[in-house]
Design a protein around this ligand. Structure first.
Ligand SMILES: [Zn+2]
Length: 231
């Protein structure tokens, strides 16, 4: 189990929905941002199906959730948030989507890419499976110049991403000590009122999970990842 702190100079987090980032890696991103990393977050969807209100339109839900996400990201020190506005629940692994993420990698030039582990067993949410696959596939497409040559023609140079951190993983081998960043993580989650307002005791569950994860490296709170280093 690694707990040696890697502080990337720039980070690209690619997630499916508003609040995914806060739950899974919010403490880590806040920690890296405070250490000076440029943290960019890309959301595939704006969570437009995330409501139980029969009268709420998907557009109205997306507006609320984007605003919640912007405020949460600001609290964590995230530099910018990009909403790709694919339809919630309908993300597919396509070449067009892979190329879209590749162009973002070539634009933001991250040292580390953070995303959902696409190899997690029995992950039933189709978006969580698809986004992880697309983001990982895009790393190779962004790196080699013969992929998506029209991006090069448009001025985007190939980019080698050195580190991949996969969250929600069955095979964690890197735990980031986020003991000093749990307050920020909880405050960022608190921004997602449309999702968490009706869930009892969500704070206690988030804290308990972070405690169990942190225990593995002797820290008060932790967040777990599968770390892949690309030479
Ligand atoms: Zn999600």
């Amino acid at each position: 189990m690694q707990n040696n702190s890697i502080v990337p100079g720039s980070v690209l987090a690619v997630v499916a929905h508003p609040d995914d980032m806060e739950f899974t890696c919010g403490g880590t991103l806040a920690k890296w941002a405070e250490a000076g990393a440029a943290v960019h977050v890309v959301l595939a969807t704006s969570g437009d199906k995330g409501t139980k209100d029969r009268d709420a339109s998907p557009h109205a839900v997306a507006d609320v959730r984007e605003e919640e996400q912007r405020r949460a990201a600001a609290l964590l020190g995230v530099r910018d948030v990009t909403f790709l506005r694919h339809r919630d629940g309908e993300i597919e692994v396509t070449m067009a989507f892979r190329n879209q993420i590749s162009s973002l990698i070539r634009t933001f030039e991250p040292d580390a890419l953070v995303t959902h582990d696409p190899w997690r067993a029995y992950q039933i949410h189709p978006d969580h499976r698809a986004i992880g696959t697309v983001a990982v596939d895009a790393i190779v497409a962004a790196r080699d110049h013969l992929y998506v040559p029209e991006q090069l023609a448009a001025g985007l140079e190939p980019h080698h991403t050195s580190h991949v951190f996969l969250f929600s993983t069955d095979a964690p081998d890197h735990i980031e000590d986020v003991s000093d960043f749990m307050d920020k993580k909880l405050a960022a989650l608190e921004c997602h009122k449309s999702q968490l307002g009706h869930l009892p005791n969500w704070q206690a569950r988030v804290v308990q999970w972070a405690e169990l994860t942190g225990e593995r490296i002797g820290a008060r709170y932790g967040e777990a990842f599968k770390h892949i280093e690309l030479l």
